[in-house]
Write a protein that binds this ligand. Structure first.
Ligand SMILES: *Cc1c(COP(=O)(O)O)cnc(C)c1O
Length: 386
């Protein structure tokens, strides 16, 4: 995963080297887990740079934030979860303002935006992200657009360059949820976004043992956005635990290896699924025939490890795939080293635009032949006439 256009160290190096304590005699290799609620003041009054209190700052968060900031090309801010990060971004919209979101985004994003709309906090416009003209038409008079690409779980690809440029022309604030791609495969700030959001619970942490969120702001003339988001985090208390931040950074160290292996597995499984008689449709931007393929090629460095497919069959048969799987774990969430699958509509909050028989795969780093053997037997078992 090298990148010849990059001037500094390549991302695969940054994930290993960033956020380390300064090298020196007897320095630890890794930042410690700083477990403290407060910091001793350096003087009678707080001085600039003082950490102050545990809700304002923590050295373990800072190591993770610096690493994600470097990877995304901006300034990172860690939150208690991906939803805490998204909530902070929505908090930037003025009272009664309008936010544009995908019509089938991550279900938590849809639920939170819907809740804020019901209470009159803000207006919501839901758009099909693959239809650039429709998205741009929805930007007039909006305050914020929160994009996903590829979307969770339909795997639609948005024309990020075109949409983000159109939003900037209209003074619309832009945020991209980059959870699926990770900064190794897509850097929204370089494509024109003001903000990047991550559920670091997923690929960044990578081991299904942490909940954590990240917002990365572009570094511009002023750090107003960063300051407002930091203020939101401090006053709403949406802070991560130091242990969680440490675990997430520990996960980031192997991000390049994990993403490379999991993506290779996903590409192979997507190709094989297209030929399986039980499968009616596969969505993976790496497939040459996928509607998002050319766009993904132009804005991503790789196609990632998420894919979804629809069964020739109903919800019940799709449920049987999960029940018949042995190696694939039937669970929600994604981005761990373990391969997981989920019929997304089993979640009552999932968008009705998602087909009942759609199964989302989060491809892990196991042996691809073992993954295929288990998935294909589960598919065969699910559609077998009994
Ligand atoms: C999981 C997820 C979130 C929410 O993150 P949490 O860490 O679970 O709060 C947001 N966006 C996407 C795309 C996700 O997959």
């Amino acid at each position: 995963m090298s990148d010849s256009s990059h001037t500094g160290p390549a991302p695969a190096t940054v994930v290993v080297t960033a956020g380390r304590p300064p090298a020196g005699p007897n320095q630890p290799m890794n930042v410690p887990v700083v477990l403290t609620s407060t910091y001793t003041a350096s003087d009678f009054a707080l001085q600039p740079g003082d950490l102050g209190y545990g809700r304002w700052s923590n050295p373990t968060w800072t190591a993770l934030e610096e690493t994600l900031g470097t990877l995304e090309g901006g300034r990172g801010l860690a939150f208690a979860s991906g939803m805490a990060a998204i909530s902070a971004v929505l908090g930037l919209v003025p009272q009664g303002g309008t936010v544009v979101i995908p019509d089938a985004p991550y279900s938590g994003t849809a639920q939170l935006a819907g809740e804020l709309a019901r209470t009159g906090r803000l207006g919501v416009r839901a758009v099909p992200v693959a239809d650039t003209a429709a998205v741009v038409a929805a930007l007039d008079g909006a305050d914020l657009i929160v994009l996903e690409s590829p979307t969770n779980p339909l795997m639609d690809v948005a024309d990020l360059r075109a949409i983000l440029a159109a939003a900037r022309e209209r003074d619309v604030l832009t945020a991209v949820d980059n959870t699926f791609a990770t900064p190794l495969l897509q850097q929204p700030l370089s494509l024109g976004a003001h903000l990047v959001v991550h559920s670091a619970t997923k690929y960044l942490s990578g081991h299904s043992d942490v909940l954590l969120g990240i917002v990365v702001t572009e570094t511009g003339e002023d750090d107003e956005l960063f300051g407002r988001l930091h203020g939101h985090r401090t006053l709403n208390g949406a802070i991560p635990g130091p242990m969680e931040a440490w675990l997430a950074l520990r996960g980031v160290r192997t991000l390049a290896l994990r993403v490379e292996r999991a993506s290779a597995n996903a590409a192979e499984l997507a190709r094989r699924l297209t030929t399986h008689p039980a499968v009616s449709r596969v969505r993976y931007p790496g497939l040459p025939g996928d509607p998002g393929h050319e766009l993904a090629r132009s804005q991503m460095r790789g196609f990632g490890a998420m894919l979804s497919f629809e069964l020739r069959g109903d919800a019940e048969q799709a449920e049987r795939v999960g029940a018949a799987a042995r190696l694939w774990v039937n669970a929600t969430s994604l981005g761990g080293v373990e391969s997981t699958l989920e019929r997304r509509r089993r979640q009552s909050a999932e968008s009705p635009l998602v087909p009942e028989s759609l199964i989302r795969l989060s491809t892990g780093i196991e042996d691809v032949e073992d993954l295929w053997a288990d998935l294909s037997q589960a598919l065969d078992a699910a559609v077998k006439k009994d």
